[in-house]
Design a protein around this ligand. Sequence first.
Ligand code: ADP
Ligand code: ASP
Ligand code: MG
Length: 472
Amino acid sequence: MKLITMKFGGTSVGGAEAITNLAGIVKTARNAGDRVIVIVSAMSGVTDQLIESAKMAAAGNKWGYLSTADRLRDRHEETLNILLPPGRLREKTIAQIEALLGDYRDICQAVSVLGDSTPRIMDAIIAFGERMSARMVAAVLSGQGVEAQAFDAGEFLVTNEDFSSAVPIWDETVARVDSKLRPVVEQNITPVITGFIGATRKGAITTLGRGGSDYSGAIFAAATNSDELIIWTDVDGVMTTDPRVDKRAKVLPYVSYQEVGELAFYGAKVLHPKTVQPVLDRGIPIWVRNTFNPTFPGTLIGAESQPGETVIKAVTSIKKVSLLTVSGKGMIGVPGIAGRTFGATASSGASILMISQSSSEQSFCFLIPSGTADDVRHAIERELADEIARRDIERVDIQEDVGIITAVGAGMRGTIGVAGRVFSQMGSNGINILAIAQGSSECSISFVVKADDLDRAVVTLHDLALIEPNSR
Ligand code: ADP
Ligand code: ASP
Ligand code: MG
């Protein structure tokens, strides 16, 4: 008997067909004698709608959140009407969803009166998506004879107070999982827990960041010491690139935690970048599988690094980033300029995605998410005011509209010439590389190109993941 934590993403709970598949998957595991913990996202698109409606509420637009509430009620109710026969369970679940939407309207009303929303209130609002879907999915499972119970993750998952990007307080989470969740599982009940959300010690709802249900899955897999974590999504596994960018993308049967960590950090949406953290030390295997093709084995993610058929296993990209360049002849040999620049960047709240230094030491550049660049430049100019006045530093430039493209593969470590091959591949396709950096783990290499070139660059580089012979 195994204990399996299964996370189902937005499309995997997005409608009646998806939830029917979900129920089939859970039943198959239970019939094989396994115990299952289910983690669910909000129905696809719901989190975006909630965010939008909260913004409208803050702008005093009452119609926005009221109509969102109606739409959300209709969507959940229609799904339940298809999946459950008329009767008490269906009525009870619809009433639960209606009650949640009542709370949602009350909070939005308060926001519209105040004309403003805080990160804390925002988290409370966007958590409603997962809270509704967990109740809906638990009811459908119950209706199909799988004893199931819905939970808000905050009952177990204790986080710090970083609203919108909270992280677990680990000891307390494990203690609560042991005392409150484990007994449920031992009674052979399938818990259906909200992904994406937790709660502070004082009980305020927090969220873990967009796409964070994968992270929730990993947190619960680790805290319950599950035998495996399965991420059920809408593609067959981790692929050589985003199939929406290049249709030739192929499923990778195996990737390491490290490789998938790099892929996720550099933009592969298939897994949230923090997903590997909780399971890494415990060596819990992660599977990425397709809810809509449940017999396909998917991708296994584990600790071991295995050579693939090609040195570059996968290619990924991040859109909407800005390139900042700090330059000046007086920088040569002056220690600490980079450190102070990055310190100033961090203090203005921006996260650095990639750093690159030219060999002459006369400049270095780094990448941050778009939208933060002006604030960051001001922070740097304040920090380096003396050096700028002395003209040791000449300029802090911003180039907007660039993207990062990253090639990942553990086989690149020790393989000479990957960067060269990438350069010539890009060059022969007329794509100009603005900056380059090698990941610290040496299993990734990143390039900056103009945003307009990005998708073409992905397709071009992806050729190498498809045809290049393994030269290890
Ligand atoms: P979920 O709602 O199940 O969490 P997401 O939309 O967050 O699903 O992530 C799955 C999507 O990630 C896929 O539909 C695919 O378009 C995208 N994606 C990006 N890069 C990759 C990749 N390398 N492999 C597989 N999918 C990828
Ligand atoms: N529903 C959340 C989001 O859209 C979390 C998730 O889907 O993982 O970001
Ligand atoms: Mg996701």
